[in-house]
Write a protein that binds this ligand. Sequence first.
Ligand code: ATP
Ligand code: MG
Length: 1019
Amino acid sequence: MTLTTRLAIAMIALVAIAVSAVGWLSYRNLEQALLQRARDRIATHSRQLADDLEFAAADATGEAVRRALDRIRALAEPDEAIYVVNRQGDYLVHPDRTREGGGLLGKPNDWRADFPHLAALAGAGQGRTELTVDESGQPSATALAPVPLAGSSWMAVIAAVPNAVIMAPAASIRSASLLVGGIAVLCAAMLAFVIARSLTRPIVRLTRAVQGIPGKGLSSIPVEAGGETGVLARAFAEAIEQINAKTAALEREVHEHRRTVAARDHHAERESLFSGAVESSSDAIITTSLDGTITGWNSAAERLYGYSAAETLGKNIALLVPPDRRSEIQDELRRIGWGETIEHNETVRLRKDGSRVEVSLAISPIKAPSGAIIGISKVARDIAEANRTRQALRQQTEEMRRVFETSQDLIIVMDSRGYVVQISPSCRAILGYRPEEMIGRSGADFMHPDHLDNSRAELRAARGGLNLKLADTRCIRKDGQEVWLSWLGTWSGPAKRFFCVGRDMTESRRAQEALRESERLARGIINTALDAFVQIDDTGVIRDWSAQAENILGWPREEVLGRNVFALMGQPDGQGPLRKDLEAFLLSGNEVVARPRRELVVRRRDGEEIMAELSVAALRTRDGFLFNAFVRDLTDRIAAEERIRQAEKMEAVGQLTGGIAHDFNNILTVITGTIEILAAAVKDEPQLVTITRMIDEAASRGADLTQHLLAYARKQPLEPKVTDVNTLIVDTAKLLQRTLGEHVEIDSVFENESCPALVDPNQLVTAILNLALNARDAMPSGGKVIIETGFVVLDDSYVRINADVRPGHYAMIAVSDTGTGVPSAMLDKVFDPFVTSKGPGKGTGLGLSMVYGFIKQSAGHITIDSEEGHGTTIKMYLPSAVDSLPAPEPAEAPAVEGGHETILVVEDDRLVRDYVLTQLHSLGYATLHAANATEALALVRDGNAFDLLFTDVIMPGMNGRQLADEVLKFRPGLKVLYTSGYTENAIIHHGRLDEGVLLLAKPYRKSDMAIMIRKALLA
Ligand SMILES: Nc1ncnc2c1ncn2[C@@H]1O[C@H](COP(=O)(O)OP(=O)(O)OP(=O)(O)O)[C@@H](O)[C@H]1O
Ligand SMILES: [Mg+2]
């Protein structure tokens, strides 16, 4: 609050208080006066009315009193209340007329209750006037004037004036006073403001001037102003000037003081710094006076020269100089005297122990602030170590340079952007560029575009890591050729360079490629070889196993790798000649296997032992030897040889038999030709007649025998002609029925209406007769003989496993019986002559031999299928004469349809099994195989999946039908196809198979098999 405001408020407050006090006092005085006046007025007025009423009452008529009362009502002053009351407390007159005469009306309104302070005057003869306080606490005036009446009647007049009426004049005066007072305060306020302003103006100006000093300086002080302001301003300005001058002087003093202190501290600091530096310097620092007296000697000097400071201070510097170098001191002093500084003065000094030390000296003058030279400072450094280091560095650099220059690898140094900074001269040989042609260019210029992105990424990665093997890349030679380089790279942070070493891999890659190719070649050979390839190491552990090895030996590759070949396939104890030979080989130190080819017995996975030919070669490797072996399965070859041997044997026996029979026939011809002559000569001698008959009978039996032998020896005279076999069988059957007897049933089944063959019909009848007789003999208690005919084609694959057969079309005649069957031990000999089971006199054992000889002589083929206790089927194949008939050539085999299903082949004859598997694979099928029912069931139990069971019917142990029944328990709904050497009719009638099941009769062609397999899969 400004001074002006405060002054104005004080003055206004003063005026207001004075006005209020005057107003309040006047009002109090006026109130006293007005109350007194009102009291007097109502006392008089009530008295007058009482007198008037008294006068009216004196008239003694009620009428006069009533009129007097009416008059009183009428005369009542408007600012005054008039009441007339009686002794009983009733109002006789009341401004509110409803309250009058209450006692009479039963609603008394007692005036004594309204005016309690006058109640005591009821009935009194004296009146009273008094000032009372009304309900609002304001003073009012009340007057009671009794009306003297005759008797006991009493009335009184009460006049009352309320405070508002009494004080009305005072209130108007108060209002006026308030108005006047307000105006007075207002005027006072204005006046106070004006006066206060004029009073405070100098102070305000001065204050503003002081506030303005920081901006305008002392010029803001109004020193020229008049009056108190001027006086004050001038005094103030003077005071300030004095203060300013003193302050400036003080500041100068402080500043000076500070500078002095700082300079002192600075010097002290520098000194301690210098002495610290001198002390901690690794160089020896020595100061001397101009005459060479040592004045300073730091600890590095102590280390370098071996003297302590105490030993040298005060001594002459010549102490350190070898005698032969003393002249240097004079020279130094002279040059320093001229103010010169001597740098890198390499010289020799003496140590305390007398040894010499190579030092580099820096000598400079020490100057006083005046510039005068007051001493010499010498800094000495032992340079022996530095020289050695420099030498080592030079050596190292030289070595590096040689490595760089002679490196066969490409050494490239690149900057951080990949630009070539250095490159080894080998770039000429590897890339065809001279180093200067490459330096300054980006490494990317020489890189094959295919590798750019990857190389950039690798170099980026190299920045964060250590030595890094980078990917091989192709680079482009100057002549445009590509070279393969293998890289190592590293980034040097301090040098900010990439260092990369690239090795030319072109040749090695080519070699690798060639190696891979030859590996592929070898693998190809192994995979396509007919022999099994097995590789073992020198402990016999299997390392490789070809697909053909899987086929021949039965183990899948993954099952055998890592297993020992001797334990797996050799003798059960793992020993054996092969193992011994291996051990002997390893001991011998040879590198060539002594017996690289040999034959040996090998055990297959199914336990069967086969003859195999082994061809083995040793290969020396880093870890020892590997043996590569080809294993050839000799079973086929042995079987073929066996068949040839058998055929040759038959041939030889035949020839021998034929020769004997021929000669014997000649002898018999002589006997039979001469016996009749003899018989005629002795006809009269009965005894001799009997003998000649006996000779004749014997001769004719001998003739029969020779006939049979000739037949077997394929030497009988044959008259082959085109014969319908069917017709022939129909005719023969009638004859047979009689021969075989009632208990043998004969059935004939013809596939075609006619079956022409090129054969001697008479001999064919004899052959059929022979077979039928054998059948009868095998069925002593009766049975059934089935004769079937049909066409078959014996193809190359059939011929391959059956020597002595020519491929082609044949008429087939099968004779089956339900007899005892041929004992298995006899089965492969039944066609040999004189093989019989019938005992002496019962059979000659020539029946089947004859049939065999006849069929072979007729360029045909014969097979026998028989199982002990179950019957026999003999099939004769005769050259088909279908060509010679007008009948059309049977349609070529229908299109062969293959598939991808898996077929389980169960066949006990390994040759047949292999044949079937090969054919199935060529048709695209996957296969599983087993040699008998037990193996097949094991496969099924192992959970091997397959779509068709293709099984032989007649097998040792469980037969095909029983196998199928067993398998169907595990795999209900499985498709089954049977095959058998027996004819369909024979096998069904033997009760082996149900009618309607699918049977593929042997022999069959690939197309027959394909069709039946498909049929079975779709069934
Ligand atoms: N269908 C057959 N069932 C059972 N065994 C047979 C059958 N056919 C031939 N054999 C056996 O083959 C042997 C040789 O038969 P083969 O016909 O050659 O001579 P054989 O019948 O014994 O005498 P022969 O026929 O000279 O009177 C027989 O003894 C017999 O054991
Ligand atoms: Mg016989």
